[in-house]
Design a protein around this ligand. Sequence first.
Ligand SMILES: [Zn+2]
Length: 442
Amino acid sequence: MPSLLLLAAACAPSPTPDDTACDPAPAVQIELPDPHRNLVVISIDTFRRDAMGRYGASGDPTPFLDALAARSLTLDDHASGASWTYPSMICALGGRCGEAMGVVPEAPEGGAFADMPADADLLPTWLRQAGFVQTRVTANRILAQYGFERDVDRVVAMPSEGGDAVVAAALAELPALQADGRRWSLHVHLMDTHAPYQPPAEWLGDVYALPPLPWDLDPGGDAWSQVADTYGDADDDLRAQIEEHFTARYAAAVRYQDAVVASLWDGLERAGALDDAVVVVLTDHGEQLWDHGLWGHNRSVHVEERAAVAMLWSPDVAPRAVAAPTTHHDLVPTLMPMLGLDAPEGVEGQSVAAVDPDAPRFALTWPTGSAPQQAVDWRCYTLTYGWQGAASLYRRDLDPTEAQDRWDGAPVVFDALIDLLDPEIARAASLVDAYVPAPPQR
Ligand SMILES: [Zn+2]
């Protein structure tokens, strides 16, 4: 049976006077490199794509990631599919997102998340079937439980620990993997760009140079919630000061995170772990720094939260920048052939070797305490929709930060994008009891 994604692609609207400037990216043939034996997954939490120099950040904040992207198969128009770890990592590791498995993950207050369905297979299950021994070292507790740990032989959970410690722990796992004799996989999940943005002090010089806030944020914990509680009632000056500090802290965390990935790579290389391996580097979702009036993630499906980094490397990969829109559920179908394995049954993503640049791309997130939000990208347009009914239309080419709602200039496109999104809304609505989607309104 064709997937819903393919059905939706088949229903893509024909060009109209409103979208003549919005041709799809040309279809190109991409050749994947020869298969390799082992797999390294490096996932980075809460990392905005536009924090990378490659995507426009000034001041050379990510020299290692930029250089790696230049020698990888790099997906330059990639999106995560959701705005927080649990659903976005399902998409990344599952080849399909939660709604294709019968679940829309919710983030209730207090963080007591539900387990994934028992039959919701992810990459580790398929790698186990292929004979891999697998280790995951994760600074995010989510990836150590709720079903993410299934079929991973060894999970080292280091909740909220800094990148240097995580890298040391990950590299310490290598000798056992390499001596095992089976094919192996190592998944390292880093957390340094997640609040409280607390890299080692030597990375925080720009923050310490600012006029100090009324709170000391360095210890983390309570001080952060005090800021969050205060922001809404703060005067304009204090708000600006808070925003300046958080933005500077985030930038410092990005620079540190780049150095951490560089040190991980160096350690892997020295150990010979990259000699016959495929490496995928991805971010789980971004972070909003008041771009649309909010701070944090799982707040919206706007681009600063949904855009993601994804690059695939192997020793003989031909460097390639992929301009077509891709999303996290395309990673498994791309990765498996690079390991000489067939893509599993039931995935909804496509290998980037055969990506359809005219296919719509979807995102879904369920913010804590409010109704789900969804988005569809098609050609140069994005439509965002919250289940309370508000919908907005953006031009991805002219307005990459989604600053200007353009629905009134393109009513035909608006309706066409609603038509594309409708089946996705219906699918999610069948899985969420707490809210009912209202009709989208311009
Ligand atoms: Zn995350």
